[in-house]
Design a protein around this ligand. Structure first.
Ligand code: AMP
Ligand code: ZN
Length: 114
């Protein structure tokens, strides 16, 4: 989708700080980091949210999880721990309508979230 910010980031037409890429996913640093490590992992296909992430799109979710494990290990937070978050819809705080997982780590994270 040419009017989708994260589609444009995945395509390289909007600049981003790349952390990881493979055939199915792209990952980059969040522009407003909430932790020392704050990476966004997105599918290269436009999928709006978790609500559209099943069926034929499920392999993209699996690829996002594979990427999360690699990124966490490369960043050295696999043993200290980290959090994966997929905000969904208005109450979930989703502001970009392209499926994304926040990978947060590098500090002790509070619970429950706000
Ligand atoms: P959410 O609120 O869950 O939809 O997450 C959207 C995230 O995208 C927020 O954490 C923003 O800081 C981040 N964001 C928005 N624009 C950019 C951008 N151009 N580059 C990197 N991260 C961005
Ligand atoms: Zn998109």
């Amino acid at each position: 989708m040419s009017d989708c910010l994260f589609c444009r980031i995945a395509a390289g037409s909007v600049p981003s700080a790349k952390v990881y890429e493979d055939d199915m996913v792209y990952a980059f640093k969040d522009i407003d980091p909430q932790a020392p490590l704050h990476v966004l992992i997105i599918p290269k296909k436009h999928i709006q949210s978790v609500l559209q992430a099943g069926g034929e799109n499920a392999p993209y979710v699996a690829a996002m999880m594979d990427a999360a494990r690699k990124i966490a290990k490369d960043a050295g937070v696999d043993e200290s721990g980290f959090r994966l978050v997929m905000n969904t819809g208005a109450d979930g705080g989703q502001t970009v309508d392209h499926l994304h997982a926040h990978l947060l780590g590098g500090r002790s994270l509070g619970w429950p979230p706000g």
